[in-house]
Design a protein around this ligand. Structure first.
Ligand SMILES: Cc1cc2nc3c(=O)[nH]c(=O)nc-3n(C[C@H](O)[C@H](O)[C@H](O)COP(=O)(O)O)c2cc1C
Length: 160
């Protein structure tokens, strides 16, 4: 039985998530995009996953570098989420932003709730996406309130 694309998207959009920006670096090239398809995989050893569209520039950079960092956005970073999702000025997403560099070399954004620095240990070809499983090399977290996303709209949770 085939599933209508619109029905599938509508059902998926009802799943409330946090919002991350997944970044990577290869040599002196950095890039990143907004990603909600992020999840924990294993506590011991520490593993996480992100799903990247095969047509995205970020997928190409992760495939090349074998590293990525998950920047978990805070409630006041909705504009950053939109910036890193937009194809307009996609090569200028980091312009004006202060970043730090993770151990893997991936850029870390400031003002986030948490950051998870990863080295790719598996890449599963899955339809129009690739599931990247990352071995966690370093973590950073704060008590900031996270940004949430559901049915195409942003929300927040907790006090800042
Ligand atoms: C809230 C939100 C969540 C998103 N989640 C994902 C995701 O999990 N995986 C993905 O490949 N794209 C996701 N996208 C779309 C990408 O951010 C978007 O296609 C981006 O322009 C890709 O950039 P790039 O091709 O320069 O890497 C999401 C967009 C938004 C607004």
């Amino acid at each position: 039985m085939s599933v209508a694309s619109e029905d599938f998207k509508r059902a998926l959009s009802a799943w409330a998530t946090g919002v991350t920006i997944v970044t990577s670096r290869s040599g002196d090239r950095i890039h990143g995009m907004t990603v909600s398809a992020f999840n924990e995989v294993s506590l011991d050893p520490p593993l996480v996953l992100v799903c990247a569209d095969k047509s995205s520039n970020t997928h190409a950079l992760i495939a090349e570098s074998g590293v990525f960092a998950v920047n978990v956005l805070s409630r006041d970073q909705e504009a950053l989420s939109n910036r890193f999702a937009s194809k307009k000025d996609e090569d200028r997403r980091f312009e004006g932003l202060e970043t730090d560099t993770a151990a893997t070399g991936a850029p870390l954004l400031r003002g986030t709730v948490a950051a998870i620095d990863c080295r790719v240990v598996a890449a599963h070809d899955s339809g129009d996406h690739v599931i990247y499983v990352g071995s966690v090399e370093a973590v950073f977290s704060t008590d900031r309130a996270p940004l949430l996303y559901c049915r195409g709209a942003y929300g927040g949770m907790g006090a800042d």
